[in-house]
Ligand binder design. Structure first.
Ligand SMILES: *Cc1c(COP(=O)(O)O)cnc(C)c1O
Length: 346
């Protein structure tokens, strides 16, 4: 049996770097499987039903990745020549290689993301296009929760969705880290999804599954999403081994997200005590560290790498806590940044 985690590595680049635990691998090995494109994988079917229920939606469908799940959601919500309104820094606009435009001929209308990660509802409303042949047809509002680790509260989700619906738009939520939001704000997941039409939930981030994202929504929507999933090459066969990993994560890795959040707070506190650190902010499992210059950040990255600690470079460094990091790893990181950074900052 391969080991879960290379003992020497401390990796804070993302919560996607986690390796399946031994217990998760066992669940995968023991999964009952079938051909999921035929709808015959019992483990996938059970997972989709479970996720639909968790999200308070009629149905759900498993995708290999969050990018594909979001893409298909946009493709089902919008037709060629339609438009979606989205945060300028949201994943569905910035980090999905322009897929909605390339594959769906869907036009994005990005608007600024506010300091708390939400959108200004006034600005949102001001960019909704009138029904006029000059304009693309505005069809959808795309939200994100968490964004850069920040939790959008139920009140914002509800207000944004209510406004969108009043104006005849549908609402899609990129909930790649919505479980972090639910745990951090101590509300059931379905309260955060109640007012949106569709939600995409990643399982390869904090939940620690090796892959997989579930899209949940109305039954007719999910039926259509299955057709698009096949078209974009996301139909998997004995995907029950993936579903079993996710099912295991739902059983064992949700409540423990609070540990990641606590460690992020512990990390931020420690960083604030290092005088060479220019600024620190923290929300859920993400810490943002300002080291004053890109050259200092790049030098810190290289120096830590030589000691088996992986972080991103640049001036503003995102540090992400996850299931493969313990308290001792955070202590070691703080110790090494405290020792190395003062010599790198000019
Ligand atoms: C990771 C992530 C996704 C999906 O990414 P994949 O790597 O394609 O699974 C979507 N939205 C956000 C905000 C993410 O962080």
């Amino acid at each position: 049996m391969p080991t879960n985690k290379p003992a020497h590595l401390i990796d804070l680049r993302s919560d996607t770097v986690t390796r399946p635990t031994l217990a998760m691998r066992e669940a995968m090995a023991n999964a009952e499987v079938g051909d999921d494109v035929f709808g015959e994988d019992p483990t996938v079917n059970a997972l989709e039903a479970r996720m639909a229920q968790l999200a308070g939606k009629e149905a759900a469908v498993l995708f290999p990745s969050g990018t594909q799940s979001n893409l298909v959601a946009l493709l089902v919500h919008c037709q060629r020549g339609d438009e979606y309104i989205v945060g300028q820094k949201y994943h569905t606009y910035l980090y999905e290689a322009g897929g909605a435009a390339v594959l769906g001929s869907i036009q994005p209308q990005p608007i600024a993301v506010q300091a708390d990660g939400s959108l200004s509802l006034d600005e949102f409303e001001s960019v909704i296009k009138a029904d006029d042949p000059h304009f693309a047809r505005t069809r959808l509002l795309a939200l994100e929760n968490t964004h850069a680790g920040k939790v959008m509260p139920v009140a914002f989700m509800d207000a944004a969705a209510r406004l969108a619906h009043t104006r005849g738009l549908a609402v899609h939520l990129d909930g790649a880290r919505l479980f972090n939001a639910a745990v951090a704000s101590q509300v059931p997941l379905h309260e955060l999804t109640e007012s949106v039409d569709t939600v995409s939930l990643c399982c390869s981030k904090g939940l620690g599954a090796p892959m997989g994202t579930v899209l949940a929504g109305p039954a007719a929507f999910i039926r259509e999403a299955r057709r698009w999933r096949k078209m974009v090459g996301g139909g998997m066969r004995q995907a029950g081994i993936i579903a079993a990993a996710i099912n295991h994560a739902l059983d064992h890795h949700i409540d423990r997200l609070a540990d990641d959040h606590r460690r992020a707070q512990q990390l931020a506190l420690g960083l604030e005590a290092i005088s060479a650190v220019a600024a620190v902010s923290v929300s859920t499992n993400m810490v943002y560290l300002d080291v004053g210059s890109a050259s200092a950040g790049d030098a810190l990255k290289e120096a830590l790498k030589a000691e088996g600690i992986l972080i991103a470079g640049g001036r503003h460094i995102r540090l992400v806590t996850h299931l493969d990091l313990g308290d001792a790893d955070i202590d070691r990181l703080l110790d090494r940044i405290g020792a190395l950074l003062p010599g790198l900052v000019r």
